[in-house]
Design a protein around this ligand. Sequence first.
Ligand code: KG4
Ligand code: ZN
Length: 366
Amino acid sequence: MLILGIETSCDETAAAIVSDGRRILSNIVASQFDLHAEYGGVVPEIASRAHAERIRPIIDAALSHAGISYADLHAVAVGHRPGLIGSLLVGLAAAKALAWSLSVPLVGVDHLHAHLYAAAMGDGSDDAPTIAARYPALGLVVSGGHTAIYHCITPTHTHRLGGTIDDAIGEAFDKVATILGLPHPGGPAIDTLAAEPDADDHAFDFPVSRLQRESLDLSYSGLKTAVLYAVRGNPRPRELGGGFDRDHADLSHARKRDLAASFQRAACRAIIIKLERAIDHLAPHDNQADTTRNVRSLLVGGGVSANSRLRREITALGRARGINVHMPPMPLCVDNAAMIAALAHHQLAAHGPSDLSLAAVPTTGA
Ligand code: KG4
Ligand code: ZN
């Protein structure tokens, strides 16, 4: 079964063709990075306009790279939540028009569930029983827009256990990079600086958010503010005109490197603490030592899973708890439409098609 996937939830216009939920025939992504760079963040109006201009050529490219035509499609899948509403609407309108005109099913896919499935399908060459053997799983999505933890019973049956109550982890990396005067994208720049041999990740004792004892939620705004004050000093009182006495231009390279390493340690530690809590929380009550009955694997997705420290710590956690860790190759970690088309295959089988009245939803679902 050949499914066209469409993804336009943020600043990537993407289309892909996937066969039977696992074989990727094409995976085309047009980034809008250059359009938003001068503004230091994604401008929603510019993003939706660029999606509208690019969606048709990107879909055509996905079909031609796969060597198929519109008539060969069995379904059209689209990421319809969560995301920027204007951006989501462009992909959704294109998907509905195609599904209706080709008389094939429309499948609305949750973008975050698709990130988790991308981890389960690996490089797209695994066979179905292997994918099934990875569930039930603990899921982690870490990206520029999202930070969330899930219990995945099957690819199409997930429960959200917790997530950030303010900034996403990738947003924190990007903002801290700006505070340190590092080039964009900020995440890789911090990763590289923190990996320098002399970096001291204990030079600054930045706060690791834990929230309430049982909480599986995360918070990154306090950490970001702590780095801001470490770099610029405390803000001047308003009566004295506000502002700061220093900025990143006053930092030595060694201090910048230690700030980056200390921030990264705190940011990753918060994730590991919550994953450990989630594994404990999901352990069967009749046998607390047997964590693997409810969590056979750990599925990780989103751009921040490229972070070398986070990868190392998650791998170590998996080894310590006897849980297999799956992190997809980078093209499937970042926003893409192959994950949308692949998950849609299972969704169609489990729940049937979506209605043509399917809505674009900006918020995170279950
Ligand atoms: O999933 P993604 O490509 O896009 C969206 O969020 O939509 O994630 C991008 C995020 C950015 O915040 C970027 O700084 C971060 O992933 N990122 C990293 C690394 N590579 C990318 N963060 C930390 N370390 C990295 N090596
Ligand atoms: Zn994403």
